[in-house]
Design a protein around this ligand. Structure first.
Ligand code: ZN
Length: 115
């Protein structure tokens, strides 16, 4: 839960920065062209779309972070030696066939990961 709150805060900061940039650039364009009436509506629309895109991106980042975390947990679960052939193995030498399934690089046996 703490991580989720942190992501929300980051999104707020990022969105606030992009939001400010969109409005400053948009207002500069409107001031330069003098085309205030339909222009301000377009600016509001652009601002809304940017918020939706940033929310979507933040969700993807969160999913990526969770995948990385489960990969780290799986790496911790790799035993120091292969139970089938006794070769020294670690999370970077084994062949990963999934987030929680690994095979010995020497004998190709499936390695039982500690829970
Ligand atoms: Zn082996």
């Amino acid at each position: 839960m703490a991580d989720k709150q942190e992501n929300d805060r980051e999104l707020t900061g990022l969105y606030a920065a992009v939001h400010s940039a969109i409005w400053l650039i948009g207002l500069a364009v409107l001031f330069y062209t003098g085309d205030w009436f339909p222009g301000i509506l377009i600016l509001v629309a652009i601002s809304g779309v940017a918020q939706a895109l940033l929310l979507n991106k933040a969700k993807q980042e969160e999913a990526k972070a969770q995948a990385a975390q489960s990969a780290r947990q799986a790496a911790l679960a790799v035993p120091p030696v292969c139970p089938t052939c006794g070769a020294a193995i670690n999370a970077s030498s084994v062949v990963w066939s999934g987030v929680s399934t690994a095979h010995c690089p020497y004998c190709k046996a499936a390695i039982p990961l500690k829970a």
